[in-house]
Design a protein. Structure first.
Length: 423
């Protein structure tokens, strides 16, 4: 029996436009990035990308937690078990065959006091009146999960992730376990504390970590890509805006000799580890128009002209229309306070917001065609960056510009295109 397509615009936009890679495969011919509906192939010989539409798998969630691991050098099998506690995050490393005996190592990864100290600033951003005592009473210590295991320098290194939702909190942590002595140690940094460590690879004597926030129906940015040097025990975070990293949520990591490959919500990056030179590309949803098409300021609105044939980036969609980035522009009115908030948050431009349909997904703005009019009858709808046209008038209304337009979806196919991050 066929399934009805989603009618909600947030779900439609997610399914059409949010197509990151969740798996990386390296080989002599190049690198393959596999997403849910698209595969992105990088030909190392000529540095060219190809995109093919392939149904690889349906799950968008993170890979399952690592419950057990076999250390090939010693032939030992280990189990990773989280102890139940609302006050502490405790991880036990046990021999696989011993379910009742003493653990080989028992690590207290976080306590209630540590959680309050690490999370109070971020929690206050949402609840400015929150006190440390109220947070201490309200929070629950999340159960730690092992997201990945790698062997480096004779040790097992464990990436620790946690579920941050419904009052549960944890701390971004990596664990070093010595199979020879059963000694274990934890490592954290201020940059990592409120992040889950979701991916871990070893390359060129360093550990590279992928991070994100994961909560109730929410996936969000964290510390980006983090490098840890086991020799010096130093962390370094690579975040969008403060590094060349493209995208805010790491979805896959892979190392190949002296190259690190990163997949994020917004694209892919190649890091030359000897020089730490980054090269990044965007995954851009596009449509190709063969004949010109009527373009409107809002879905179903009166056409404002003809959009020439060509390739256009898609920013939003509903059941009947898609919103495109256009070379021309439309103008409208909004309150100056709304403009400042919109510019500060930049939520419209972040790819990961498309995935968060539980909370309504990425936001669509409504510019008024005339100031102080009814937004339901006289609004221009869009999801794109804003440009200031003039200073606010005496009533606080600001004239702004958006370079987008709406066209009908009928007979259009949304596909993915790889572009250099500078575009």
């Amino acid at each position: 029996m066929s399934q009805e397509p989603p009618a909600d615009a947030a779900e439609i936009s997610r399914d059409l436009l949010y197509q990151p890679a969740y798996r990386i495969e390296t080989g002599a011919a190049g690198v393959v990035f596999r997403g849910e509906r698209f595969t992105y192939r990088f030909d190392a010989a000529n540095s060219q990308w190809t995109v093919s539409q392939e149904k690889n798998f349906t799950a968008r969630q993170l890979p399952r937690a690592v419950r057990s691991y076999r250390h090939e050098a010693s032939g030992t099998n280990y189990r990773f078990v989280a102890a139940e506690s609302s006050d502490e995050g405790i991880l036990e490393i046990r021999p696989f065959t011993d379910a009742e005996g003493e653990p080989l190592a028992r690590l207290r990864l976080w306590t209630r006091e540590q959680l309050v100290a690490a999370w109070i600033a971020e929690q206050r951003a949402e609840s400015p009146r929150l006190t440390e005592s109220r947070l201490r009473e309200a929070l629950d210590a999340a159960e730690p999960e092992v997201a990945a295991v790698v062997e480096e320098g004779g040790y097992l290194w464990l990436a620790i992730r946690f579920y941050a939702g419904e009052g549960f909190l944890g701390l971004g942590t990596i664990v070093r376990f010595d199979p020879k002595t059963n000694e274990a140690r934890t490592f954290r940094s201020a940059e990592l504390e409120t992040s889950s460590v979701t991916h871990l690879v070893a390359a060129a004597g360093k550990l590279w970590l992928g991070t994100m926030h994961e909560g109730e129906g929410f996936v969000g940015p964290a510390a980006g890509v983090v490098r840890f040097d086991p020799a010096t025990e130093e962390f370094r975070a690579y975040r969008p805006g403060h590094s060349a990293l493209m995208g805010s949520v790491v979805t896959a990591l892979s190392a190949e000799r002296d190259v690190l490959w990163v997949a994020t919500d917004a694209g892919m990056c190649r890091v030359a580890l000897t020089t730490e030179e980054w090269q990044c590309w965007r995954v851009v949803p596009v449509v190709q128009l063969a004949p010109p098409m009527p373009v409107s300021n809002r879905p179903g609105g009166a056409p404002r002209g003809q959009l020439p044939a060509g390739t256009y980036e898609v920013r939003w969609a509903n059941a009947g229309y898609v919103e495109l980035v256009t070379p021309d522009a439309m103008e409208g009115w909004m309150q100056s306070d709304d403009f400042e908030d919109y510019t500060r948050r930049q939520f419209d431009a972040r790819a990961y917001e498309l995935a968060n349909t539980y909370g309504g997904g990425a936001s669509v703005m409504r510019l008024l065609e005339e100031s102080e009019t009814d937004p339901l009858s006289a609004a221009q709808v869009f999801r794109a960056p804003l440009e200031r046209v003039s200073e606010p008038n005496d009533e606080g209304w600001l004239r702004v510009r958006a370079r987008v337009g709406w066209i009908r979806r009928e007979n259009l196919d949304v596909t993915m295109q790889i572009q250099p991050a500078s575009q």
